[in-house]
Design a protein around this ligand. Structure first.
Ligand code: IMP
Length: 438
C-alpha cells in the first residue's frame, strides 16, 4: 500500500456526529500522522473493530492503526483522567500507544473547577432560559480560562512547584461565582489531583508544533481530524448555541501551528440527513414520527452524553455555508441507509423568511433564526441502499436525491457510507479521494 502524500483535513459540516470517526478510521492506514487540533472530551466517536466498538473522546481515531503516530495539538483542551481511561480501554483491547503519541505542551488542561463552572452555569441558565445544552465536560470554561490568560498548559505540569500559583487565579474566580457550598474541591486537592493524573503522561508531553513541522518537511502524510463541526464553531456556527473552539478550517492552523500550505485537501463530512444535540436553531428539524424514525434507525443518541439527538432533513444552506467556510474539496455523505424505506425524503433547499421570500443566507443572530421556516424539496423514497459499494448501482431515487444534495451545496460527493461497517460504502471514481487511496 503506497503512502499518501496528500495532507488531508476531515471536518464536520453540520452540528457534529456526522460520522467523522468512520472516515478517519478508514483513511488513517494511508497516513503517518493523525492529528487532533481542537475540542476536548465533548467529542465522541465510536470505532468498530471486529464487530466490537470502542468509544474514543480525545484519542485520535488513528489509534487502531499501529502505523499511525498520534498528535494532540495545542488547540485541544484535555481531561487527562478521561484520557487515561481511554488509553486503558485501548490497552485492554491490545492497542498500546506507547511510542506513538505526542501531546502538545501548549494544549490546555480541563480541571475540576472548569467542570463545576460549566455545570453550575447550565443549571442556572436553565432557570434563566438561556441553556446551551453543553456536554457538561468543562469545555467552555477551559477555553475561557485560556482566553483570559488563566489556563493551565500541559507544559505547566513539568513545574509542580509553581502549579498551585498558576491554578489559583482561575480557581479563585470560579470560587467567587460558585461560593464554597457547591462541592468545589479545594485548590490543594485540584493541584494534587492534576499532578497525580499527569504523572504517566509526562513522557508524552512535548513540542507538537516542532514535531509536525518536521514531519511535514520530510514528507510524512498528515491527516487532521476535526472534532464537532462548522455549525458549532465559535465564530461560524449558530452562536451562542455553539462550542467554544474553532471547529472549522482556521482552527486547524491555530490548533497545530502549521502554515496553510501544509494542507492539500479538505474532505467535508455530512450525514444524508441532519442531527443536532443541545439547544439552538435547527430549521430542518422534524418533530414528528419521521424524526423519531430517523433517531431510531440512525441510533441517534450521543456517544458522550447518551442524549437523544434532534433529527431532521438534510439542510443544504447550513452545509453549503460549511463548505464555503472550509473550502471543501469533496463531500463524504454518511448514513444514507438510514433513509431507506421512507415513502419520501426531504431536502431543505432554503428558508422561508417572515417577509415571505426564500433565502439560503444564514442569520448571524439567534433571534433571526426563529423566523425561518424550511423550504423542503421532496424526493421519492427507495427500498434499500444498505451495504452498497458502487453508487452507480444505487436505486435511481437515491441517486436523484444525492445528485440534488450535491448540487445544492455545490460540492461533488467523494465518498458515500451505506452502513456502519468499514466495508459498507464507496469512494466515487474520478475524485481526489480515489487518487489519494489509489
Ligand atoms: P460544549 O462543547 O460541551 O460546551 O457544548 C456546546 C454545544 O456543542 C452543545 O450544544 C453540545 O451538545 C454541542 N457539542 C459539543 N460537542 C459535540 C459533539 O461532539 N457532537 C455534537 N454536539 C456537540
Amino acid at each position: 500500500m503506497s503512502q499518501a502524500r496528500t495532507n488531508l483535513a476531515i471536518l464536520g459540516l453540520q452540528w457534529g456526529d456526522e460520522g467523522k470517526g468512520k472516515v478517519v478510521d478508514l483513511l488513517s492506514p494511508r497516513f503517518r500522522q493523525v492529528v487532533r487540533f481542537q475540542g476536548g472530551n465533548n467529542a465522541g466517536h465510536t470505532v468498530v473493530v471486529d464487530g466490537q466498538s470502542i468509544a474514543l473522546h480525545q484519542v485520535p481515531s488513528g489509534a487502531l492503526h499501529p502505523g499511525c503516530f498520534l498528535v494532540v495539538g495545542n488547540g485541544v483542551v484535555l481531561n487527562l483522567e478521561v484520557f487515561q481511561q481511554e488509553l486503558d480501554r485501548l490497552k485492554a483491547r491490545g492497542f498500546d500507544l506507547a511510542g506513538r503519541l505526542l501531546l502538545s505542551d501548549k494544549a490546555h488542561l480541563i480541571l475540576p473547577h472548569h467542570i463545576a463552572l460549566d455545570l453550575w452555569r447550565e443549571a442556572r441558565a436553565d432557570k434563566l432560559g438561556s441553556k446551551i445544552g453543553t456536554t457538561g465536560r468543562g469545555i467552555g470554561p477551559a477555553y475561557e480560562m485560556k482566553a483570559s490568560r488563566m489556563g493551565i498548559r500541559l507544559g505547566d505540569l513539568r513545574h509542580p512547584e509553581v502549579l498551585a500559583d498558576r491554578i489559583r487565579p482561575g480557581f479563585e474566580e470560579v470560587r467567587l461565582r460558585l461560593g464554597d457550598r457547591e462541592g468545589l474541591p479545594t485548590l490543594q486537592a485540584i493541584v494534587d489531583g492534576a499532578l497525580k493524573t499527569a504523572e504517566p503522561f509526562l513522557p508524552f508531553i512535548g513540542d507538537a508544533q516542532g514535531h509536525l513541522l518536521a514531519a511535514w518537511e520530510r514528507g510524512d502524510s498528515i491527516l487532521f481530524e476535526g472534532a464537532q463541526a462548522t455549525l458549532l464553531d465559535i465564530d461560524h456556527g449558530t452562536y451562542p448555541y455553539v462550542t467554544s473552539s474553532s471547529c472549522s478550517l482556521g482552527g486547524l492552523f491555530t490548533g497545530t501551528g502549521l502554515p496553510p500550505k501544509a494542507l492539500d485537501k479538505v474532505l467535508g463530512i455530512a450525514k444524508a440527513y441532519t442531527t443536532r444535540v443541545g439547544a439552538g436553531p435547527f430549521p430542518a428539524e422534524l418533530l414528528d414520527a419521521t424524526g423519531d424514525r430517523l433517531r431510531e434507525a440512525g441510533r441517534e443518541f450521543g456517544t458522550t452524553t447518551g442524549r437523544p439527538r434532534r433529527c431532521g432533513w438534510f439542510d443544504a444552506p447550513i452545509t453549503a455555508h460549511a463548505c464555503r467556510t472550509n473550502g471543501v474539496d469533496g463531500l463524504a455523505i454518511m448514513k444514507l441507509d438510514v433513509l431507506d424505506g421512507l415513502d419520501e425524503v426531504g431536502l431543505v433547499v432554503g428558508y422561508r423568511t417572515g417577509e415571505g421570500g426564500v433565502t439560503t443566507r444564514l442569520p448571524s443572530c439567534a433571534a433571526e433564526w426563529a423566523d425561518l421556516k424550511p423550504e423542503v424539496k421532496r424526493f421519492k423514497g427507495w427500498a434499500s441502499t444498505r451495504g452498497f459499494t458502487d453508487h452507480r448501482q444505487l436505486p435511481p431515487q437515491a441517486q436523484a436525491y444525492l445528485e440534488a444534495l450535491s448540487e445544492a451545496v455545490e460540492v461533488p460527493i467523494a465518498y458515500l457510507s451505506t452502513g456502519p461497517d468499514r466495508t459498507e460504502g464507496c469512494v466515487y471514481p474520478g475524485t481526489f479521494l480515489e487518487t489519494l487511496l489509489g
